[in-house]
Structures are given as structure tokens and as C-alpha cells.
Design a protein around this ligand. Structure first.
Ligand code: MN
Length: 214
């Protein structure tokens, strides 16, 4: 009897070990700056809610949803490209926000340089034209979603709008920069004035991070 109990306990431990090895668990991506580093453009309070609560919820939901699903052992990019419904929504929101928060800095640069500057000039005529078109897309997106600067398969750059969790990886595009225009990104700081948030967005960008994505 004693031996049976020991075997049972051993089997339990083995099973636990097996489960842990095979379950992918996503965590909140680390911020490259302090929560108050972007203030007053994006306040600490917005960061606490947007990064600390909204993004954490996407991470938690994703971990719950993939457990026992075909995506249990998949990496994030694979899930974003292949999942649908709630798993896609939470995976894409994790991917989108990781990219979004990574591209800001308390020591921003006003314009890109190097190859990215050349590519922007080539695709949009000038940086000012690019900025104008991006702002128009961000201001004009109805409801919740994202505006992206993407690189197409032919090397050209485009601005795209996506609703909700929409992600350009699904269209085979490479993402360079993203602006979250969900109200939760700006409502505490700017209420309904999305344009003011978009103007502030340009003033906290770290172009060296964006250039590395090219
Ligand atoms: Mn958001």
C-alpha cells in the first residue's frame, strides 16, 4: 500500500513536470523606461492603466485561452498569424502593445535618420507628408484600432489602418511603428481630443528603435 502511494506521488510529479515543460506562458513585456518617463505627453496614470492593467489583462486572458488549445506551445507571432476569435484578439493585443510601448523614450528624437529616413522620403515624398498622412489615418479611424507604418514585400512603406486588434503580420507586412487609437490609450489625458494625443505621440518616439525594425 505504501509503495502504491509513493508511485502515485511520483507519477503526479512527473505529470506536473510534463505540463510545465509544454505550456507556453506569456508575461508582461518589460518597459524600457519608468512609468512616469513619458509624462506629461502620456501620464503615469495612463501608463498604470494602459500598460499595468489593460496589457496585463490581455496577457492573462491569452494564457488562459491557449491552455489546452492547439496554440498551447506556439510562439506569439505564430498565434497572431494563425489564430482567430478571442485567442487572436488577446495575442495580437499583446504583440501590438509590446511594439507600441517599446518605441517611446523620455529622450525622444524628432525625426528618423539613415535608411528609414530615405525609405520614408521615397514612399511618401517627405517626412512631413508621411506625418500628415499618418495623422489623417489615426484621426480618421472609426472606433478602436491601430494605425501602422509597415514595410511591404517589395520594400516600399505604407500606412495602414486596422480595427480592434488588427495586425499587419497577417497580410505579410513588416511592422515598423504603431499608434494605438483605442480610447484607453488617451482618454485620461486628453478625453475625446484624439488629435492632441496623436500630436503628443510624435513627441515621445524613439526613432532609433523604429529604425531597427526596418
Ligand atoms: Mn491599448
Amino acid at each position: 500500500m505504501k509503495r502504491n502511494v509513493t508511485t502515485l506521488i511520483l507519477c503526479g510529479f512527473l505529470l506536473l513536470g510534463y505540463t510545465n515543460v509544454h505550456a507556453e506562458t506569456f508575461t508582461l513585456p518589460e518597459l524600457p523606461y519608468a512609468l512616469d518617463a513619458l509624462a506629461p505627453k502620456i501620464s503615469k496614470q495612463t501608463m498604470e492603466l494602459h500598460y499595468g492593467k489593460h496589457l496585463q489583462t490581455y496577457v492573462n486572458n491569452l494564457n488562459t485561452l491557449i491552455a489546452g488549445s492547439p496554440f498551447e506551445t506556439s510562439d506569439l507571432e505564430f498565434i497572431v498569424k494563425n489564430a482567430d476569435g478571442a485567442i487572436f484578439n488577446n495575442a495580437a493585443q499583446l504583440w501590438n502593445h509590446a511594439l507600441y510601448f517599446e518605441q517611446f523614450s523620455s529622450a525622444p528624437q524628432s525625426q528618423p535618420g539613415g535608411e528609414l529616413a530615405t525609405a520614408i522620403d521615397k514612399s511618401f515624398g517627405s517626412f512631413d507628408n508621411f506625418k500628415e498622412q499618418f495623422n489623417k489615418a489615426a484621426a480618421g479611424l472609426f472606433g478602436s484600432g491601430w494605425v501602422w507604418l509597415v514595410k511591404n514585400e517589395d520594400g516600399s512603406l505604407s500606412i495602414t489602418q486596422e480595427s480592434n486588434a488588427g495586425n499587419p503580420l497577417r497580410s505579410g507586412q513588416q511592422v515598423l511603428m504603431g499608434c494605438d487609437v483605442w480610447e484607453h490609450a488617451y482618454y485620461l489625458d486628453y478625453q475625446n481630443r484624439r488629435n492632441e494625443y496623436i500630436n503628443a505621440f510624435w513627441e515621445i518616439l524613439d526613432w532609433s528603435v523604429i529604425e531597427k525594425r526596418l
